[in-house]
Design a protein around this ligand. Structure first.
Ligand SMILES: Nc1ncnc2c1ncn2[C@@H]1O[C@H](COP(=O)(O)OP(=O)(O)OP(=O)(O)O)[C@@H](O)[C@H]1O
Ligand SMILES: [Mg+2]
Length: 299
């Protein structure tokens, strides 16, 4: 008996009518980002080194899409190309059908490392982009406070980043990115440096924010539980060179709750992702770790 049957998991492609309807609805939305035949080479002593090869996929408006894949497969490079922090060797990136060629406020970015300005207060960090784009101080402050309220940090507005915990700093970084009203929020392992408990809370916060505002999210993670918990679909990349392996539809209904971490469809999806990234790695039930995340009640 193979390990998949032993664990008694359903097929991850099996969807309830509710999930199929939600995914059909998503695919009827306009395409926010289209990535077509994207290729990236970096120079090396041995000649050009191809890091991403012919990557194509679409992201729909208001979609939550995660990207996973082995370390070094080109996830950060891909997201940096989307933000135009890096130039592609070949291929196209279309935002609302128009090619993107330079960085812009339409794509917000949140990185793993805290990137707040340490010499500015929390409020001024969030106001920064607004003021740079020409907003008056008074309006910028009102808006910054609204975004801080959304991420639950209004009362910390006048503190400095060093006076906040890692999770709180990352919430400020999210508020700062959202204040510029991007259409797409690009997140590169934003919770990677947080402890498990804070991470679970941040996932819940992010879902709440995503449900409240009109935004498309592209989210890179190493954590399969996190990918399944947050996403509508998960793009799996393989390495050397980075290529699309599969675009997996998540069969877990919304709204998501931490109890779903143990549901058969959640575990089946996670098992499939684990098999894609580390083929043959799961040989026994013990190899397949079931993570119980912190529930809403434990917050
Ligand atoms: N500026 C650069 N110059 C040369 N090579 C680079 C550059 N940036 C990235 N690379 C190479 O491209 C490959 C992909 O790197 P990238 O950071 O995109 O991977 P990743 O999937 O994000 O990895 P991780 O999961 O560890 O964050 C790596 O082999 C890396 O060394
Ligand atoms: Mg990376």
């Amino acid at each position: 008996m193979d390990i998949h049957s032993k664990l008694n998991l359903p097929n991850y492609r099996q969807q309830s009518a509710e999930v199929t309807a939600a995914l059909d609805q998503l695919k009827k939305q306009p395409v926010a980002l289209e990535i077509a035949n994207l290729t990236k080479e970096f120079p090396s002593d041995a000649g050009p080194r191809r890091v991403l090869n012919d990557v194509s996929f679409k992201v729909y408006q208001r979609e939550f899409l995660s990207i996973i894949g082995p370390s070094g497969c080109g996830k950060s490079t891909l997201i940096r190309l989307l933000a135009c922090l890096e130039e592609s060797t070949d291929g196209l990136i279309l935002l609302n059908k128009y090619p993107v060629r330079e960085t812009g406020a339409d794509r917000g970015m949140v990185f793993q490392k805290y990137t707040l300005f340490p010499w500015l207060t929390v409020k001024k960090n969030v106001m920064f982009g607004l003021e740079v784009s020409g907003r008056g101080k008074f309006d910028a402050e009102i808006e910054a406070r609204q975004w801080l309220d959304i991420v639950g940090l209004e009362e910390y507005a006048d503190l400095y980043p060093a006076q906040l915990s890692g999770g709180m700093q990352q919430r400020v970084a999210i508020a700062r990115a959202l204040a510029n009203k991007p259409q797409v929020l690009l997140m590169d392992e934003p919770f990677g440096a947080l402890d498990a408990q804070t991470r679970a809370k941040m996932q819940a916060y992010l879902l709440q924010i995503w449900e409240k505002i009109d935004i498309t999210i592209i989210f890179i993670t190493h954590d399969l539980d996190e990918a399944v918990y947050l996403s509508d679909r998960i793009l799996v990349l393989k390495a050397n060179p980075g290529e699309v392996q599969e675009l997996v539809e998540v069969p877990v209904p919304r709204s998501r709750t931490p109890e779903q971490f143990l549901s058969p469809e959640f575990l089946a999806t996670k098992f499939h992702l684990e098999e894609l990234i580390h083929p043959g790695h799961i040989r026994s039930a013990d190899d397949f770790k079931v993570v119980k995340m912190v529930g809403e009640k434990d917050k």
